[in-house]
Design a protein around this ligand. Structure first.
Ligand code: SAM
Length: 238
């Protein structure tokens, strides 16, 4: 019954994250997302510029197996770190990868659970595109804005499309080309292509920048972009 009520790609079962080993997932995400490594290098630089040695509280939405978390934990002076994910098997991977770090992990849907307040940083990478509708994304941006401290920052890496149809078509072609070039076999390519075409819910980057500003963020900039992959930095206090 629940399945009929939810949009495709909004549960861990439909995302298949509960079936993969952490090792398979990590190999897949690094290969399947154009610019995955470069985007994290951009995030690392932004963390150094924005926070320096300042101690901050971090909230991560969709922590997965902890790949993004490790970049943050190795480069920021973290007081508290809470990672939320609705997939138990991904959290098991995160527990293992992050065992030497003081990280709290919470099983839950970040669209539904309450967030702790006064976070210096909210980060989410390759996850929010699973919020199915513009309304869901807007609601989440407002919730993120509210849980940040006055000088807090939202770092948002994800898959986007573009308003301009020709640009969107070209970037989609490049994205699929990247999948063809990087899949280890045809079965993997079929899974990735299906996930991208039927499970993801991409929205135009221009619209999402607008929604972030409508949520209250004063300063919103694109840090990194390649094809449909991009990272945005949104500052609460400007
Ligand atoms: C592709 S992973 C990315 C994780 C990490 N940033 C990385 O680069 O490996 C996205 C994660 O978001 C989680 N996720 C998606 N929608 C979610 C939701 N509504 N609530 C909690 N977790 C969610 C998935 O279970 C998955 O573990």
């Amino acid at each position: 019954m629940k399945k009929e009520l939810t949009q495709k790609g909004t549960t861990p079962e439909e995302l298949h994250y509960n079936y993969y080993s952490a090792e398979k997932y990590e190999d897949d995400i690094r290969r399947a997302i154009p610019g995955y490594g470069e985007m994290h290098t951009g995030i690392k630089k932004a963390l150094a510029t924005e926070f320096g040695a300042k101690k901050i509280t971090v909230l991560e939405l969709g922590i997965g197996t902890g790949l993004t978390a490790q970049v943050v934990l190795d480069n920021v002076n973290v007081g508290k770190y809470l990672g939320i994910d609705f997939s138990q098997s991904m959290l098991n991977g995160a527990r293992k990868r992050l065992e030497r770090y003081p990280v709290e992990l919470e099983l839950g849907d970040y669209a539904a659970v309450d967030f702790p307040k006064e976070n210096g940083l909210v980060i989410s990478v390759i996850s929010i595109h699973h919020q199915a509708t513009p309304r869901d994304k807007k609601k989440l941006f407002k919730k993120i804005y509210k849980c940040l401290s006055a000088d807090g920052i939202f770092l948002f890496g994800d898959l986007f499309t573009q308003r301009n149809e020709h640009e969107a078509a070209l970037n989609e072609a490049y994205h699929f080309h990247h999948l063809v070039e990087n899949a280890v076999d045809e079965k993997t390519l079929a899974e990735w292509a299906h996930h991208y075409k039927f499970v993801n819910h991409l929205a135009a980057i221009e619209d999402q920048i607008k929604w972030l500003k409508q949520a209250g963020f004063t300063d919103v900039e694109v840090l990194y972009s390649k094809f449909n992959t991009a990272a945005i930095i949104a500052k609460k206090g400007g």
